[in-house]
Write a protein that binds this ligand. Structure first.
Ligand code: ADE
Length: 271
């Protein structure tokens, strides 16, 4: 799609470059994973692969079925994920972003092995008071970033279809006491902390909406996509209860459970 013509700002004499409108039908999908193990499983779905290295990240471009895709390990935390997604949009021209990874449960309704699709995101560690309200992202007038509803629904269906399918491998479920994984949509909050203590867990609940899960990248990716007007979706597998037991078996969980969920859900999402 051609970009609209640019205009000149008469005060500064600068060119105002107009933004591309978001396309309903993605031409180049970006897939970011929060763990290298998940990313490797997604790369296994790809054909015609090639690697581009930019700023210490390996971007794997190719096809998943008929869809052009670029897949990358986001690295951890808000700055790393923001930098990665900016490259996907501005360098690779991606016009739809999918973020997958694990999260800690904040809602008591969630169990390990459940899946949460973000229908809203918030950066729980942003506090620029008294200049801006608690949780408000400076200069955006927003505390919550919400993905397009049709993509949320599509991701919800993909996750439900995957966990109901015979492609789901239950082999290691007993190791993590997983019985029947369920799929939810709700608010995912993001901050530059791995939450393992009661005080931080409680502080997160001061976000003025019901929080489902906490992680370290999603809301940052949402903000970048929103600013570039690129549609996005964030889904997370619950790996822990964001408490003192959070780091037990973390890597095993990623390898045994989260990696197959990420690749499986992406396969159904792009089917
Ligand atoms: N990702 C997975 N578990 C998490 C936790 N407890 N805190 C932050 N990010 C996470």
């Amino acid at each position: 799609m051609l970009n609209p013509p640019n205009e000149i700002d008469l005060k500064t004499n600068c060119i105002i470059a107009k933004q591309r409108p978001s396309t309903p039908q993605s031409k180049h999908i970006a897939i970011l994973g929060a763990m290298p193990q998940e990313v490797n499983k997604i790369i296994e779905l790809m054909s015609e692969k090639e690697i581009t290295i930019i700023a210490d990240r390996e971007y794997h471009s190719g096809y998943i079925g008929p869809h052009k895709a670029t897949v990358v390990f986001s690295r951890w935390g808000k700055v790393a994920a923001s930098s990665t997604v900016t490259t996907l949009i501005t360098h690779f021209g991606c016009d739809c972003v999918v973020f997958t990874g694990v999260a800690g449960a904040v809602s008591d309704d969630l169990n390990i092995g459940d899946i949460v699709i973000a229908d809203s995101t918030c950066q729980h560690d942003v506090d620029a008071r008294p200049l801006f309200e608690r949780f408000c992202i400076p200069l955006t007038n927003k505390s919550f970033f919400k993905p397009q509803e049709d993509l949320v629904q599509k991701a919800l269906n993909a996750a439900k279809d995957f966990i109901a399918s015979d492609e789901l491998n239950h082999k290691n479920f007993h190791k993590f006491s997983i019985e029947e994984p369920r799929v939810y949509k709700g608010l995912i909050v993001t901050g530059d902390q791995f939450i393992t203590d009661a005080a931080s867990h409680e502080a997160i609940q001061s976000v003025p909406e019901v929080v489902m899960a906490v992680e370290m990248e999603g809301a940052a990716v949402a903000q970048v996509c929103d600013e570039h007007q690129v549609p996005y979706i964030i889904f997370r597998t619950i790996s822990d209860k964001a408490d003192h037991s959070a780091n037990i078996d973390f890597i095993d969980f990623i390898e045994d459970i989260a990696s197959q969920y990420s690749a499986g859900i992406i396969k159904y999402f792009l089917a």
